[in-house]
Design a protein around this ligand. Structure first.
Ligand SMILES: [Fe+2]
Length: 261
């Protein structure tokens, strides 16, 4: 793959100043998001994200219209023959374009949805970067709603991509796996027993929130401070009926809550 310097000079030769500055800003931010994602245990190529983000808008040397993604991919294939980099150009617009939307837009009929984690991070960062400035997701949806209409599926897709990336940044792969493992447990008792018996889990990581009185805030107790006793949990000398449990947490992540049942 090209180096960062090579990518920058390629962009310099093929773009106007505003595109150059924008691409550089997207690259710096996307690299940082990719780095945090990697720290959270997900397999993402940070170096590729940095380089690909530099080149994502190179198609704007041909057009600023919706075709700039495809044009960018063509330029990259011609100059570098790198399909992975070309894929980023082709699939970075909004949160991607579906086959039927592509047809309506007069683009070659196929899906242009970001596929890899790297492609998703770049598309998302690009959405949140107006010029060189980082904006809120509300500003992003406002912009797309104005352009495409409130109910356009692209707006929903951009929000979903935003949530997806936010999740990668707030939840480690290990946490995500643990939370997913509780997906099928419906009763609080099953969850408490799973924590007790599942060898993959450490009871020290869990806590329980329950109603102590009819009003007032929920009480929190460490899993290791309770004892399961039939349909009750025993805390010191009190027997608390399990139906008073409202939430069971793994660290600060909720793995079970009453509302879900
Ligand atoms: Fe773009």
């Amino acid at each position: 793959m090209v180096s960062r310097d090579e990518a920058l000079s390629l962009l310099r030769e093929n773009s106007e100043d505003s595109v150059f500055e924008h691409s550089l800003a997207v690259s710096v931010k996307a690299k940082s998001i990719a780095g945090k994602t990697r720290e959270n245990g997900y397999d993402v190529d940070v170096n590729f994200v940095e380089i690909a983000a530099i080149l994502h808008d190179i198609g704007r040397s041909k057009t600023h219209g919706i075709r700039h993604g495809i044009e960018g991919a063509e330029i990259i294939l011609k100059l570098l023959g790198d399909e992975k980099l070309a894929g980023v150009c082709e699939r970075h617009i909004g949160a991607g374009i579906t086959k039927s939307e592509a047809k309506a837009l007069g683009l070659p009929e196929k899906d242009y949805l970001p596929e890899t984690l790297e492609e998703k991070i770049i598309a998302h960062t690009d959405n949140l970067t107006f010029g060189t400035e980082t904006v809120s997701i509300d500003k992003v949806t406002e912009k797309f709603e104005k352009r495409l209409g409130r109910d356009h599926p692209s707006v929903k897709r951009i929000l979903e991509l935003n949530n997806f990336i936010e999740n990668l940044l707030s939840t480690t792969k290990q946490e995500a796996k643990t939370i997913e493992g509780f997906g099928k447990e419906v009763m609080e008792k099953d969850v408490l027993n799973k924590i007790k018996w599942d060898k993959q889990l450490n009871p020290k990581d869990f806590s329980i929130r329950y109603i102590d009185r009819t009003s007032g805030p929920l009480k929190q107790v460490k899993y290791t401070d309770i004892e399961i006793n039939g349909d009750f949990m025993k805390i010191d000398d009190s027997m608390i009926p399990m139906h008073r449990i409202r939430e069971i947490r793994y660290g600060d992540k909720v793995v079970w809550n009453k509302r879900r049942v």
